[in-house]
Structures are given as C-alpha cells and as structure tokens.
Design a protein around this ligand. Structure first.
Ligand code: ACM
Length: 549
C-alpha cells in the first residue's frame, strides 16, 4: 500500500517534535473528535514517578484498565493513593451525562469527572491524545517525557450512535484484525461496531444447527484480483474464506464491551443470501445447487418464504442472539431482486394467502415476521432503507444508505434512523484520484474525499425537531470486496473514520474543517505509533504547513 508519504516530515514538524527535545508549544490541542469545550491554559503537567492515582468506586474498574495500559507503556509505577493526595484523580460527578466527562489538567495534576464508566473511558481517550504519541507504543517507551498541556475540557457526544461497519463476508478478516478494528474505533469515541457477517460471497457465523454453513457457505472457490479498476474478470484461483467460532465472537463482544462498543451483528435476508442457499438449496426458491458467489454484485438468489426457511432463520437468529447481547440485530434487507419470488409458486401462494398486493409487500411481510421473532426476544430490528418498501415493520430502525431520503421518510413515520449515505459514508470509495489510489473501487470510480465525510450533517433540515430526535447518529461503512488485506483496510478507513467520529460526536457548532486539519497531524502521529497504514492526506497536511509558517 502507498500509505507512507514523504510529508510525514511535515507532520513531525507541525507537532513540534522534530528534534526529539520537548517542544515549547504543543500547538493546537490535537484531539479528535473535537470536544464540546476546550480551554487551553498556560504550562504543563508531567506524569512522573511521583504521579499517584485515585478513582471513585464506580469508576475504579475502567480506571484500573486505563492506568494499567499507561503503566505498561510509561514504566511509571502510577501507584494508588488516597483521593486527597493523588495527582491523577477520577471523580464521580452525577451531573455529567453518561458518556460525558470533564478533564482538567493543571500544573499540579489531572482531574477527571464522570458519572459513569463510559464517560471516564472517553476522558482517558482524550488524555491519551494529549500525551506524546509514544503512549500508543506496543511496548514500553523509555526516555519519553509524559507531558500534558494545561487545559480544561468539557465533553459529551452529540449522538448516541457513532458507528463503523466492516464487511467480513466478502473478505474474511481474522479475529485479531476485527478486535484491532474495534480497539481503534473506540479510541475516537465510536461506539457501534456493525459486523457484516453474511453475504452472497460468504457465511461467517458458526451456527451449531446448520454445519453446512461452515463447511460450504464459508468458502468461495476464488476471488477477483482487481488488478484493474472495475475489472473482476481476472480471478486468483485461490479458495478463500473462514468463519468466526462462537468463542471468537464472544471474545469480540467482551473485548468491545471493555471499550464501550456495542457489536451489532448483521444477518442478511431475504437477499444477499447465496452462501446460505448454496449450503442448503431448499432455502431458495429454485432448489438449484448454487456456488458461493465469487464476484461482487447483486444476485437473484433469495430466501423462499417457506416455513422451512423461517425455521432456519429463527434458529440462526436464536444462536446469534445468544452470542450478541446487542439491543439491535441487523437483518440487511437491501438490494433484493424479486424475480425468483415472481416465478415461485410457493411465494405466490404466500402472497395470496396473506392478502398481499405484490412482492414488495411480501418482503415487508417477511421482515415483519422476523421482527416479531426478534421482538419476542427483546431485540430491535435494523434494516437498510429498502425495508421501507412495502411498509415498515412496527419498531424497525432504518439505516439510510441510498442518500438520506429513506432516513427522512422513516423519521417522519416515527422510526429511529441511522444515517450512512453513500455520498458521505462509504469508505470503499476512492479517497482521491483514482490515479495513485489502490485499484478496485466498487462504484465506477466514485470518490469520497476526507472533507466530504467531514461535511456530513446527519440531521436533515426537512425534519421537525421532534422527528430529528429519531436520528440516532451516523456511521461509516467499509465494504471489503476490493480490500483483501489489513493494510488496505486501514488505508480505506483512516483518516476518514476520524472525520466521521467528529460528525457523530462533536457538537455541530464546534465542527470546523480548518480546525480538524490543524488537529489532524498530532492524531496521525498516534496512528503511526499504533501501526495504522492510513492514507496520508498529503494535500491537507501541505495546507496546514503553509498556514503555520
Ligand atoms: C448497501 O450498500 N447495499 C447497504
């Protein structure tokens, strides 16, 4: 990947650490997403052998975890002390919102105030960004002065849903890569991991009742090489696939929970289901023995609305709900050609039996039935905006991807909405070029530059204040057909996820592109330490450098 760029030198200069000696001025407070309020002061506080820690009882566990990480990298003892004596204090403050916090660095020490563990966690993420980037080292970083600028920060999120999606179905990423994805997003206060687990091209969830999903559905014969843009005709001839065991998925759920991230599994229905139908042909409408799909696209295979299919899906969802405690379960619902339902006598019988007018209503009926099952288990259904067609299920949450129109329609009907429109939120689009970018964008050369992600406003003007309450937040999506490696994944997601984090977390009035560009270099240095192969936003760094002369 071409994630490294000579302009790294500019980034280093901008953050004032080029010589390795402490910089007199740390530059802008380089925190992303930008907090609600930042009041820089004069001077600094340095974490040292004399630093001691105290935390309120309800915040002790989250503090212990964060302090242990700081101990590991700094080598400082960071011993516990009495609350009055400690120089790093984590206090309970019932007036803070659940995810909010106050972080005060004075010459004498650090004070964090939060009402709940999530807020304290976010305070520590901010604190880490204020520290030198070596705080992100995987190993102990000797010889670093752990300097913090004097500052008072007050902060709380604008939206409750701050999402990042990953398609692990087109391309299988190992569980370590998934955990790393979750860890990185949590550092930028993103809190919903949308895990795309089933597709035409692969089934990734271990299901005890249906072993052929893992034996057949989890594997495809070969993959496109994407040696040229939009050309999937050259195949690599290499079998590709894999699935996550229940133990691995539980591990991800627990790992995410420690980082205040909810994992929302997505099980696609009634379309994007070829891998399942290839495993069990009786679930389809044609009975044909299909292969797991090897190319990207929209395919006609579809779950047939038989009792056998519903028994399958309910069993699958029961096993999924056992693994994932998320209040929401995503059922896909996007891009469903209805041809096979039109030609299926069984589907037509269901339409007649249920008094439905057409196949759109059949899809709606299908999803309502699934929603009843999820509701009976205390879960809420999320679907892509196509679930509006033929009428929404009563409590469905809509993920608006084909622009914001679906989200607007759903909010007007009193349904919750997550905004993730292609034109601002699809991280599989090119970031520039396409010349100079890695080949293989999905969308005929569509480009989503960093500033267009940043410019996204999740609440459409058309909505009344009451309707706007239904906008839970925003999300970035990574479809992975053209993203075969972890390095490529990093490249597509960062720094665009940073822009999305600011869209979803920061107050609308605090958002400012120039400010983001000025804060970015410091944050990118943290990503360097974390080994993230992000795309260097060269033109923005160059602009910032020119502005700082
Ligand atoms: C989608 O991109 N088909 C949700």
């Amino acid at each position: 990947m071409r994630g490294r760029h000579p302009l790294i030198a500019v980034a280093v200069l901008l953050s004032g650490c080029a010589t390795g000696t402490p910089a007199p001025s740390p530059g802008p407070i380089g925190v992303v997403p930008v907090p609600s309020s930042v009041r820089p002061g004069v001077g600094e506080h340095v974490l040292s052998g004399a630093t001691t820690v105290a935390a309120a009882a309800q915040l002790a566990e989250v503090t212990a975890r964060q302090v242990a990480a700081l101990r590991r990298v700094t080598g400082l003892p960071l011993e516990e002390a009495d609350a009055r004596a400690a120089t790093l204090r984590v206090e309970h403050d019932a007036s803070q919102p659940e995810e909010g916090y106050e972080l005060e660095v004075s010459a004498d020490g650090v004070r964090i105030a939060a009402s709940a563990p999530a807020g304290a966690f976010y305070a520590f993420q901010t604190l880490r960004q204020l520290l030198p980037p070596e705080v992100e080292s995987a190993e102990r970083a000797p010889g670093v002065e752990w300097r913090l600028p004097v500052v008072v920060i007050r902060d709380a999120p604008r939206f409750s849903w701050r999402g990042l999606h990953l398609d692990t179905a087109r391309r299988f990423f190992d569980v370590e890569t998934v955990k790393r994805y979750v860890d990185l997003m949590s550092r930028f206060k993103l809190n919903r991991f949308h895990w795309h687990l089933t597709e035409d091209q692969g089934w990734r969830v271990e299901i005890d009742a249906y072993p052929r999903l893992m034996e057949v559905g989890a594997w495809r014969a070969e993959s496109p090489t994407w040696s040229r843009d939009d050309d999937d005709s050259v195949m690599d001839g290499v079998r590709h696939g894999g699935y996550y065991t229940k133990e691995q998925m539980r591990e991800v759920v627990e790992y995410a929970a420690e980082r205040f991230v909810t994992v929302i599994p997505e099980i696609e229905l009634p379309g994007h289901a070829t891998a399942a139908i290839a495993s069990y042909p009786e679930l389809g409408c044609t009975g044909e023995q299909l292969e797991v799909t090897t190319t990207w696209g929209i395919f006609e295979s579809i779950f047939c609305p038989s009792e056998e299919t519903f028994a399958f899906l309910e069993t699958v969802l029961d096993e999924v709900m056992e693994i994932f405690p998320s209040p929401w379960i995503h059922i896909g619902g996007d891009e469903v050609p209805k041809k096979q339902w039109e030609e299926s006598s069984l589907a037509q019988q269901v339409i007649e039996r249920e008094g439905l007018t057409d196949e759109e209503e059949l899809q709606s009926w299908f999803i309502r039935r699934i929603e009843r099952h999820l509701s009976a288990n205390g879960r809420r259904l999320i679907g892509w905006d196509e679930i509006l067609e033929g009428g929404l299920a009563p409590n469905a949450t809509v993920m608006s991807w084909r622009g914001t129109e679906g989200g607007i329609a759903a909010a007007r009907q009193g349904h919750d909405v997550i905004m993730t429109p292609v034109e601002h939120a699809y991280f599989d689009f090119y970031q520039a070029g396409p010349e100079g970018e890695p080949p293989g964008a999905n969308w005929s050369g569509s480009i989503l530059p960093l500033d267009r992600v940043y410019a996204f406003e999740p609440v459409p003007e058309e909505l009344t204040a009451e309707q706007a309450e239904h906008i839970l937040g925003a999300q970035g999506n990574l479809w992975s057909e053209h993203v075969p490696t972890r390095e490529h994944l990093d490249y597509m997601v960062y720094p665009r996820a940073l822009a999305m984090a600011e869209v979803a977390w920061s107050p609308k009035e605090a958002r400012d592109w120039e400010g983001f560009v000025a804060r970015l270099p410091a944050v990118l240095r943290h990503l360097d330490e974390l080994g993230v192969s992000y795309r260097r936003p060269a033109e923005h760094l160059a602009t910032a450098a020119a502005g700082s002369d």
